[in-house]
Design a protein around this ligand. Sequence first.
Ligand code: XIL
Length: 327
Amino acid sequence: RYLNSLAQDNGKLWFGTAADIPGTAEQTDKEYLRILENPKNFGEITPANMMKFMYTEPEQNVFNFTGGDYILDLAEKHGMRVRCHNLVWSSQLSDWVTSGTWTAATLTAVMKNHIQTLITHWGDRCYSWDVINEALAGDGTFSSSIWYDTIGPEYFPLAFQFAQEAVEQTGKDIKLYYNDYGLESPGNKTTAAYNLVRELQSRHIKIDGVGLESHFEVGGTPSIADQVAAKKGFLDLGIDVAITELDVRFVAAPYYTAAGEATQAQNYYDSVASCMEVGRGCIGVTVWDFDDKYSWVPSAFVGQGGADIYNDTLQRKPAYYAIAEAL
Ligand code: XIL
């Protein structure tokens, strides 16, 4: 039972994964690549890093597409789609951006050039772009970022407007997404996200979907009902949703007890089941690294780990089989 095969047989565009290549150990790990490159396993890849600002525009108006090309080439070779990630975010920016002296006008020009150059360059090799990544704080107000702090709340519609212009120039169907965490259940942040979507729509600015990152802690995921309700709220606005960065981490070792893995499997099940329950509007599920061997979690959260559906020796965990059930 292969997860992408199951997903596609049951109405989803993909079951996918993030991959942090090239330039890392996994790039030459034969067993890792054997799993990654099997289209029965994955129908989509999201570059974990290589399309981010610091890699794609390391100096102002000097672009580097090599890392992104590597992922696109690999994905296309195996018939997989790519969710291109991301254009405007507070993190992983180039030093020239974070240490620059900007006015709203000059930083808006930087944002426009970055967005339009990447969209134009890769065209419809990207199924979609995460135009804005992680915009909101838990209370539903905008988070601090150089973009928000310098340009103000208009940075959000402006980014989508610039993206729309570039997409229209290509004449291709490239989907535009807002991607964030904390939108997986009803609450202040989710309501604020609905309002951001409505605001774009009222101005006739293109937004095709919202990415629900779904970085969870074992035993701490929202109920299926809450995950369904949050998704339906977006679908009611006439846009798609995708689960874009699913992982369920242990906040402390041990990571591989039978009881812990059973809870984790249920948590994965609930999230994927909510995507199935709302129908085709939840277009697909992407895990943020499929394996504990190369997971981003231990470096981002001290002492935490075991978050993925394959373990640190690339063996399938109970969570894998729970997802197969949900699909
Ligand atoms: C993470 C990558 O996986 C890490 O390799 C990197 O060091 C930091 O960023 N939300 C996102 C992703 O939208 O881009 C982040 O990816 C994880 C959290």
